[in-house]
Design a protein. Structure first.
Length: 638
């Protein structure tokens, strides 16, 4: 097994996760099998109990693991299925060591950070790296390990004067990885340090000092970088590379520029362009095993994305609209579907509480803006969520979509909202609600699941991959999934549609077209009288892939741009046709290659907006990032 460790320096939010995933893509394109581990040095056992304002979206895996969103990047980029153990946290490691101590496994010894915690980290990495994640048997060839956080020089205080704990938390991992690199030896381990080379606007000069300092502190901690991946607005000048090489003791050939690009799909191409694969092959002694990287599919997708101009507008009606990381998988799934439809995705953020009457009185401008955005949309999406803030606004958005025949997709909470709205407006059950928001409602149409637990919130939801059986074969959802009899999708919920009210709902015209194996748990609702109105209890966004968009997202985007009929006639053929069409289309519309490196600023319309009621979110709305690309800093040093 070969290991590639990716660390970050200078500032957070450099796109370390995207870089690490792109390295994986490049190595996979060389014919190697690749797996990935993300290390998050916080004390939480997993991401499950954290608000999306903390670390962004909680990504859910097949096995029910609630993990850091970077695992979503790895799954999408590498088309793999990871396990909960692929996300290591301080919490998990300490829990493991303390459990062992309680069992008496340390045979009377004093248990310490070094060697017990550091050994546990190394053992964990070696064990997890061997788990097959790509559907083939046996361990992968290469394991990418991304260390969350930023390696700094000193322990410092953040803006609020609070000691920034990032450096302290990372220490056991850095020590463990230092030991690990020594143990597995050169030829089996290499370190990529992602750094920043800022450009001073006045003179346009690329400054190397921050990178020099960062590399020095990394060395001081016992980690020797082999490859430097330098984020910058434009490609590094040759003399800058030479300077970095001299001061950081890294060959020029191993200094890679990650300049601004127009879309995320360019990053693996950028790496290949600079022959990064040759550096990896040499460092990891893979000569004779790795072949020349084939990235045709990525090149086509990157170019198509850049050249799309005909917009499809999707309104995202949510609570965490001030931080696009909160809905990153939903955005990616929308983007995959839009590329397949040859449309330029424009996401219009609608903070749901701004749609409510109280905002009309307190901040009329925001109220008007929110409604203008909603009315201007070709499709409306209400994503998952927790807690009652903004729920009434979401109900208004669903009502608008239902009454005005606007294509609608409700995900998890979005589906529950659709059921509540239907109960209130169509069945005249005025106080219909979820017991999550109104425990005393006389019409509880969404209720806590019998196995649900309200006292312990960590890991107690219905989580991970579960099966949904189609009940009605000619439903749009069933057709979009290709008329299969069941689908496996990922879940994360504590509440469900009240099974005792199903007959009432069905009589009133709401169709439950997908159910679980007991037929008591509703998974998919649909309104047959509406052009596209679908709600799902699961999260289809987690399994969407660039080359294989999620069926229901394709349905939403397809309906929003008038392609639904075509899609429904033959969904699988549709993708095939589109793929062939894409290639044809590319021949006539190709973007000149040199544009790839200009750092163009094509807006994809992702402009997160803060709601009137939530102006004090912890993270800033925009962070340093590749243009249009989510940045994956873990927020230790903002
Ligand atoms: N809060 C709702 C529940 O627990 C919805 C959860 C979600 O949207 N992921 O059932």
């Amino acid at each position: 097994m070969k290991y590639v460790l990716v660390t970050g320096g200078v500032v957070s939010g450099l796109g370390k996760g995207v870089t690490a995933s792109s390295i994986g893509v490049l190595l996979k394109a060389c014919g190697l099998r690749v797996t990935a581990i993300k290390i998050d040095p916080y004390l939480n056992t997993d991401a499950g109990t954290m608000s999306p304002f903390e670390q962004g979206e909680v990504f859910v895996l097949d096995d029910g693991g609630e993990v850091n969103l970077d695992l979503g990047n790895y799954e999408r980029f590498l088309n793999i299925k990871l396990t909960r153990d692929n996300n290591i946290t301080t919490g998990k490691i300490y829990q493991f060591v303390i459990d062992k101590e309680r069992k008496g496994d340390y045979l009377g010894k004093t248990v310490q950070v070094v060697p017990h915690i550091t050994n546990a980290i190394q053992e964990w990495i070696e064990r997890v790296a061997k788990i097959p994640v790509d559907g083939s048997e046996g361990p992968a060839d290469v394991c990418i390990i991304e260390l969350g956080g930023t390696i700094g020089t000193t322990i410092r205080h953040n803006d609020s004067g609070i000691l920034d704990a990032g450096d302290i938390e990372s220490m056991p991992f850095i020590e463990a990885l230092g030991q690990f690199s020594y143990r597995v030896g050169p030829g089996n381990f290499c370190l990529v340090h992602v750094s920043l080379v800022p450009v001073l606007d006045a003179v346009g000069e690329q400054k190397t000092k921050p990178t020099q300092h960062s590399v020095r502190s990394l060395r001081g901690l016992g980690l020797m970088p082999n490859i430097l991946a330098c984020r910058s607005t434009k490609p590094l000048d040759e003399n800058i590379k030479e300077k970095l090489s001299q001061f950081c003791h890294i060959p020029v050939a191993n200094i890679i520029t990650l300049n601004d690009v127009t879309n995320i799909w360019h990053i693996p191409l950028l790496l290949r362009e600079q022959k990064a694969h040759e550096a990896f092959i040499k460092l990891l002694k893979l000569q004779g095993i790795a072949k020349e990287p084939m990235l045709d599919e990525w090149a086509i997708r990157a170019r198509i994305y850049d050249a799309l101009h005909d917009p499809v507008r999707i309104a995202m009606v949510g609570k965490y609209t001030s931080l696009s990381d909160s809905y990153i998988s939903v955005l990616k799934a929308l983007s995959h579907a839009s590329i397949a439809c040859q449309k330029k995705l424009v996401v219009d953020w609608v903070p749901s509480s701004d749609l409510e009457d109280s905002t009309k009185a307190e901040a009329p401008d925001l109220y008007r803006a929110a409604w203008r955005r909603l009315r201007g949309a070709d499709g409306i999406l209400v994503p998952g969520g927790f807690g009652d803030r903004g729920v009434e606004g979401k109900i208004l958005a669903v009502k608008y979509a239902r009454e005005n025949n606007v294509p609608f997709l409700g995900i998890c909470l979005g589906m529950q909202i659709a059921v509540i709205e239907f109960a209130r407006s169509v069945m005249n059950l005025e106080d219909a609600n979820s017991t999550e928001f109104d425990p005393d409602t006389t019409n509880p149409c969404i209720v806590l699941m019998p196995e649900g637990c309200k006292t312990h919130l960590g890991g107690t939801m219905r989580l991970g991959s579960r099966r949904t059986y189609f009940e009605v074969a000619d439903s749009k959802a069933a057709k979009l999934y290709g008329n299969v009899s069941f689908v496996d999708e990922r879940h994360r919920h504590r509440y469900e549609v009240n099974p005792d009210m199903i007959t009432e709902f069905e009589k009133a015209g709401l169709a439950f077209v997908g159910k679980d194996e007991t037929k008591r748990r509703m998974e998919i609702v649909e309104l047959h009288t509406h052009p596209y109105f679908i709600g799902v209890q699961f999260h289809p966004e987690f399994k969407s892939r660039p080359g294989k968009p999620s069926a229901l997202f394709s349905g939403l985007v397809g309906a929003a741009c008038g392609q639904l009929e075509l899609l429904l006639q033959n969904p699988s053929q549709w993708h095939l046709n589109k793929e062939t069409y894409n290639k044809q289309w590319l021949l006539t519309h190709a973007v000149p290659p040199e544009r790839e490196f200009e750092g163009l600023t094509t807006s994809n319309g992702f402009s997160p907006t803060q709601s009137h009621r939530n102006r004090n979110s912890k993270k800033p709305a925009t962070r340093l990032s590749y243009r249009n690309i989510r940045s994956s800093g873990n927020g230790m040093h903002v």
